[in-house]
Write a protein that binds this ligand. Structure first.
Ligand code: PMV
Length: 340
């Protein structure tokens, strides 16, 4: 039966950067994130009516659906086709299928679209084939998502605030829900400063980590920071949470900037937003904190009560093109809103 799944993207408070085992995509460190309700991917799956080859069509916000093909595809797209085959093999199914995937947020916004996409496609296929234990066990689902090639996508499998547990083998590395989406009224306002596609993909970046002299140092600090941020979440201590979020983002970007070749995702506009939110914080105007993924755009983490005011302030900065306001969200879930 035709099956549709909606999955959110997420913003990491503690980032994953670099792989311990690139064969089964074991991350070199644990991570922690919040799901984003305004940045979702919807995926519909059914058997293909005519033809023997799987058909995958992808639609970005405001654009027509385009056919994806494994030939000449970039690394992440190739991984996607391998992943579809992996799940068909697990289900013992060979009949061709039709997959449509749509993002509700602009592709140019530089928001981890691979997280929502890999999580949505995996869960949609699992639900379509009624594949246990993945269908009813989110921990098992997260491990299957990881094999698809996107570690950050593991964290979109559960609701709300989610940890990706560090482990040295397949069974030891999974995601775990810390609190659901109703737990804490936080927001992530994405300040979009660049519409350009990033020049260095996260997959390339992960493979360069060990060339940075600061990488081992970062890895030695992450476990303690992860514990401290979990305590801040438990205590709903926003100031501590923000302090660790910024610390971790800067630590990851230091590794990026000192990799060989060096990766600079930040632009002058990124710095403009960083300076502004530090200034507003120090002057007592509004308390918010920045974090940045593998791109130039700034995720501004704040408390719900300040969202409207802060969004207006961010939009008034010359370097900000537009903003996307996110609240904590449920993870991947079944939906009736089929794409075909
Ligand atoms: O899961 P990937 O390969 O898309 O890498 C994600 C890396 C960061 O977004 C920079 C950090 C994170 O943990 O989400």
């Amino acid at each position: 039966m035709k099956t549709t799944v909606v999955s959110p993207a997420n913003i990491a408070f503690i980032k994953y950067w670099g792989l311990l085992d690139p064969q089964i995509f074991l991350p070199a460190n644990g991570s922690l994130s919040m799901n984003l309700d305004s940045c979702v991917t919807t995926v519909t799956v059914d058997f293909l009516e005519q033809g023997d080859e799987d058909l995958v069509e992808v639609g970005y916000h405001g654009q027509d659906f385009v056919k994806f093909s494994p030939e000449g595809a970039d690394a992440k797209k190739k991984l996607l086709f391998d992943h579809i085959q992996r799940i068909k093999d697990l289900a013992g199914e060979s009949r061709a299928i039709y997959i449509r995937s749509q993002n509700n947020f602009p592709a140019s916004a530089g928001i981890a679209s691979s997280a929502s996409a890999f999580s949505a496609i995996t869960y949609a296929l699992v639900a379509f084939y009624k594949l246990e234990p993945y269908l009813s066990d989110r921990k098992e689902l997260s491990k299957l998502i990881r094999l698809g090639g996107s570690v950050s996508a593991m964290r979109s499998s559960h609701d709300g605030f989610v940890e990706c547990v560090y482990g040295k083998d397949h069974d030891g590395c999974y995601s775990n829900q810390l609190a659901d989406e109703t737990y804490w009224d936080l927001v992530d306002i994405v300040a979009v400063v660049s519409a350009e596609t990033k020049k260095v993909s996260s997959s390339q970046g992960h493979s360069l980590t060990s060339s940075s002299p600061f990488y081992e140092s970062r890895l030695s600090h992450v476990p303690e920071r992860l514990e401290k941020i979990k305590t801040a979440i438990e205590n709903k201590d926003f100031s501590k949470l923000g302090e660790y979020i910024e610390e971790d983002a800067v630590s990851m970007h230091s590794v990026m900037m000192t990799s060989k070749p060096a990766i600079f995702y930040w632009t002058p506009e990124t710095m403009e937003v960083i300076h502004a939110i530090r200034e507003w914080r120090e002057s007592g105007e509004v308390e918010s904190y920045f974090t940045i993924d593998a791109g130039a755009n700034v995720h501004v983490i704040a408390q719900g009560k300040d969202a409207q005011n802060l969004e207006d302030m961010l939009n008034a900065l010359p370097g900000v093109k537009f903003t996307i306001l996110n609240h904590p969200s449920k993870g991947a879930r079944i939906s009736d809103n089929h794409l075909f």
